[in-house]
Write a protein that binds this ligand. Structure first.
Ligand SMILES: [Cu+2]
Length: 140
């Protein structure tokens, strides 16, 4: 299941790792020390495309929430705008899945503090829009 999802979004998967680093310092990306990617695949810096009316707001988990177990209920409000169709979910900077409905579950989350980011994405999965929301939560 997970493999299928990642294959469908191979391009996104490749660019996910450096983005995790970039997230912490949007304003000073030039001087960033980007670690070598795991594989030799070329790493493109992802440019989020104009939102064109799209937006997403995470409703659950709430910021700072503590969840028991490895299943994290996810809920969000998606505004598709012109091009948005679904969202990609990133945990700690790695894409873990995608959601078309506004409710779902993030499975297999290891204990600890995690960041969650949702990005509105086009139907072909290849274009992520500048329509994102982030939160953080803890699992135990
Ligand atoms: Cu997708």
């Amino acid at each position: 299941m997970k493999t299928t999802i990642l294959a469908a979004c191979a391009i996104v998967g490749v660019i996910a790792a450096p983005l995790a680093v970039a997230q912490t310092d949007h304003d000073h990306m030039k001087g960033m020390d980007i670690p070598k990617p795991r594989a030799e695949k070329s790493v493109k810096k992802s440019a989020l495309q104009p939102a064109e009316g799209a937006g997403v707001k995470i409703i659950a988990p709430k910021a700072g929430a503590t969840i028991t177990g490895d299943k994290v209920p996810l809920q969000f409000k998606l505004t598709k705008g012109k091009r948005g169709e679904h969202v990609h979910a990133y945990i700690d900077g790695e894409m873990v899945g995608m959601f078309k409905s506004e409710k779902g579950t993030l499975n297999g989350i290891k204990p600890g503090n995690h960041s969650l980011e949702l990005r509105v994405t086009t139907a072909d999965h290849n274009i992520e829009l500048d329509a994102t929301d982030k939160t953080s939560f803890t699992t135990k």
